[in-house]
Ligand binder design. Structure first.
Ligand code: SF4
Ligand code: SF4
Length: 184
């Protein structure tokens, strides 16, 4: 899900487009609006057990240490009750920033590559517009650690077309995802 700007990008979301025998990776760049963390939290709070359930909660607990109990206390005050509840906005979101970013769930890392789910994600909207402008709407969508991405080798004509519509952050990630050293 959302990646506040102070955090380094570790997972790349992109579309892989095949161009004859080569391919090119088109980046999906998060606009850091926090809408997904506000609207699509997968966190469930169990007041009776004083526990939080979400993917990789053990990693999150370890990452937060004592601060995990502060989140629990806050939920106890704000949510109360005795029955399990989905908590939205995500309780790990503070001042628009994810406080567990390095340990965030896989579903947060891959959002919104598999769909928007009613969030109204501006990054997905922009990504779809870019793919349409490039004539690449049927591209394969991919989410993986940035350092393990196999780099694309687009033609000069394709790079020029992409650069004519891309924004600064998109260009930076485009170069990280593709081998285009000859063209820059
Ligand atoms: S809604 Fe989209 S653009 Fe906004 S933080 Fe989430 S992934 Fe990023
Ligand atoms: S864990 Fe972080 S990235 Fe995931 S929803 Fe919560 S605040 Fe957003």
């Amino acid at each position: 899900m959302g990646s506040p700007e102070t955090f380094k990008l570790d997972t790349a979301l992109f579309a892989r487009v095949y161009l004859g025998s080569n391919f090119v990776n088109i980046p999906l760049v998060c606009r850091k609006c926090g809408k997904c963390c506000e609207k699509l939290s997968h966190v469930v709070y169990y007041p009776d057990r004083r526990e939080i359930e979400v993917e990789n909660i053990e990693e999150i607990r370890e990452f937060l240490g004592i601060r995990y109990y502060e989140v629990l206390e806050e939920l106890e005050r704000e949510v109360g009750g005795i029955n399990a509840v989905m908590v939205s906005p995500c309780p790990f979101l503070r001042n628009g920033k994810c406080t567990v970013y390095p340990a965030r769930p896989a579903s947060c890392k891959s959002f919104p590559i598999y769909g928007d789910f009613g969030v109204g994600c501006p990054a997905l909207r922009r990504f779809e517009e870019v793919l349409k402008a490039l004539g690449c709407e049927k591209a394969e969508r991919v989410c993986m650690p940035l350092d393990s991405v196999e780099k694309g080798k687009p033609s000069k004509a394709f790079v020029e077309k992409y650069l004519s519509i891309a924004e600064e952050e998109e260009i930076e990630l485009f170069f990280a995802l593709n081998s285009v050293a000859d063209f820059i």
